[in-house]
Design a protein around this ligand. Structure first.
Ligand code: GAL
Length: 387
C-alpha cells in the first residue's frame, strides 16, 4: 500500500508542479504566499504571520531596539466583541508590513473584584518605555464592567519585557483636587448654575469656562479616549477626552511614567474632540482628533501648537480624497514617526465594525506636508518607498 502511494506520488508530483508551479502546492505554500505583505492596503484585512487578521484595534506602536511593537484591543466576534474578553494584544515587526502575534500583553482577569475583569472595557492602549526605570508602561482607557462608559478612567500597567505580561497597577480619574494650569484662580472662585439645560448656548458657555472641571474637582477628571506622547526631552504626557468628551486635557506624567504630576491643562474647551493622536515635527506639536460620534466615522480635525501646553490652533481636516469628510471611514488612534526617514509619519486609524468588532480594519496612510500643513491622502495601496 505504502509502496503504491509512494510510486503514485513520484509520478504525479513532477507533473503537478510542471503544470501549476510550486505555488500550486497549496497545502505547502498558500499560507506563506498570503502572509508576506509588501505594501499597506488600507481598509483591507491585514494578515499576521499566522495568516490571521490582526487583532490590535485602537492601538499604538512602540519602537524598541529596532523592532516595532503594536499594542491594541483584542476584539471578538459578534455584538459583544467590543468589551474586553481577552485583553490587550501585542504584535512585533521589523518592516511594518508583516506582524508576528506576540500574544496577550495584558490579560483580563477572572476575579470579579478586579477592575480589569473579563467584560470590562479596555481601549486605546499605548505603551512607552521609561529609560530611568527600564520598564515598559502601558496606559489605556478603562471602563468598569457593567457601567457602560460612566467610569471614564485611565489605567496603567507595567512590565520588564516589552511583550509582557504587564502587571496591572491601578486606574484613575486623573488630577483629583488639582486645578488646571490655565484659568485656575478663576475656576476655584467661579460659581456655576446647576440647572442649565445641556446643549443650550448658556450651558456651552459654562462648559467652556469649566463647569465639569469644577463638578469633578474632588473625584478627579473624566478620562475616556486617550493617548500618551513622549517628548524629545523624555517627558511624557497623557492626553485624554474629558469633561463629558467636550474638552481634551493634557497632563504631564511622573518621571517613571506611572502617575500624574500636578501639571495639566485644558485645551480646545467645548471642542468635542476625541481619538487623540499626537506627533511633533520641526518643534511644532500636532494633535489629530475626531468628533464624537461613537463607532461611526466623522471628519478628522488637526491642531498645531508651539508648546504642548498651547495655545492650540485649528488646521481643519487634514484628509483629502474620497470620503475625506469621514476620515476614509476610520478614526485616528496613533501617528507613527519613522525615525530613520525624513519627514515620515504614518497615520493609523480604525474602521470600526460594531456588529462584528473582530473584523475591524486598519487604515494606515502616509502623512505629507504642504509647507507646515500635514495632509492625509487616500491611497488604495502604498509602501514605505513613498517617503
Ligand atoms: C468612540 C471611541 C472608541 C470607543 C467608542 C465607544 O468614539 O473613539 O474608542 O470608546 O466610542 O462607543
Amino acid at each position: 500500500m505504502i509502496k503504491t502511494i509512494t510510486i503514485a506520488a513520484l509520478i504525479f508530483l513532477p507533473w503537478w508542479m510542471a503544470v501549476f508551479g510550486f505555488a500550486g502546492c497549496g497545502w505547502i505554500k498558500e499560507k506563506e504566499v498570503s502572509t508576506i505583505n509588501r505594501s499597506f492596503l488600507p481598509g483591507q484585512r491585514w494578515f499576521d504571520t499566522d495568516s490571521v487578521h490582526i487583532n490590535a484595534h485602537g492601538g499604538g506602536i512602540l519602537l524598541h531596539e529596532g523592532v516595532y511593537y503594536w499594542f491594541g484591543e483584542h476584539k471578538t466576534a459578534g455584538r459583544g466583541g467590543n468589551t474586553a474578553l481577552v485583553g490587550i494584544r501585542c504584535y512585533s515587526s521589523k518592516d511594518l508590513y508583516n506582524w508576528k502575534n506576540e500574544g496577550v500583553a495584558l490579560a483580563v482577569e477572572d476575579d470579579t473584584n478586579s477592575e480589569i475583569v473579563k467584560g470590562s472595557v479596555m481601549e486605546r492602549p499605548k505603551v512607552i518605555y521609561n529609560e530611568k526605570s527600564g520598564k515598559f508602561v502601558m496606559w489605556f482607557h478603562l471602563e468598569l464592567k457593567g457601567q457602560g462608559y460612566r467610569a471614564a478612567r485611565t489605567a496603567v500597567a507595567v512590565s520588564d519585557r516589552v511583550t509582557g505580561p504587564y502587571q496591572y497597577l491601578r486606574s484613575y480619574r486623573p488630577n483629583a483636587g488639582v486645578w488646571p494650569m490655565n484659568g485656575h484662580e478663576d475656576l476655584s472662585n467661579m460659581r456655576f448654575r446647576q440647572d442649565l439645560k445641556w446643549w443650550t448656548p448658556e450651558w456651552m458657555e459654562a462648559v467652556k469656562l469649566g463647569l465639569f472641571v469644577k463638578r469633578d474637582f474632588e473625584k478627579g477628571q473624566m478620562s475616556r479616549d486617550m493617548t500618551v506622547f513622549v517628548d524629545d526631552d523624555g517627558t511624557a504626557y497623557h492626553i485624554h477626552a474629558s469633561e463629558e468628551n467636550l474638552t481634551l486635557h493634557i497632563s504631564e506624567l511622573s518621571d517613571d511614567y506611572t502617575s500624574f504630576t500636578e501639571k495639566w491643562t485644558r485645551i480646545l474647551p467645548g471642542g468635542h474632540n476625541e481619538a487623540p493622536a499626537m506627533f511633533k515635527r520641526h518643534n511644532k506639536y500636532y494633535l489629530l482628533a475626531s468628533g464624537c460620534t461613537g463607532w461611526k466615522p466623522n471628519a478628522a480635525r488637526l491642531f498645531v501648537a508651539e508648546s504642548i501646553w498651547g495655545p492650540w490652533q485649528p488646521l481643519g481636516n487634514p484628509c483629502v480624497g474620497n470620503d475625506a469628510e469621514l476620515t476614509f471611514h476610520a478614526q485616528s488612534t496613533f501617528v507613527l514617526p519613522l525615525k530613520d526617514r525624513k519627514d515620515a509619519y504614518i497615520f493609523m486609524g480604525d474602521r470600526w465594525v460594531p456588529e462584528n468588532p473582530i473584523d475591524g480594519r486598519y487604515v494606515w496612510l502616509p502623512i505629507r506636508f504642504e509647507g507646515d500643513k500635514p495632509i492625509i491622502r487616500w491611497q488604495n495601496e502604498w509602501d514605505l518607498s513613498e517617503f
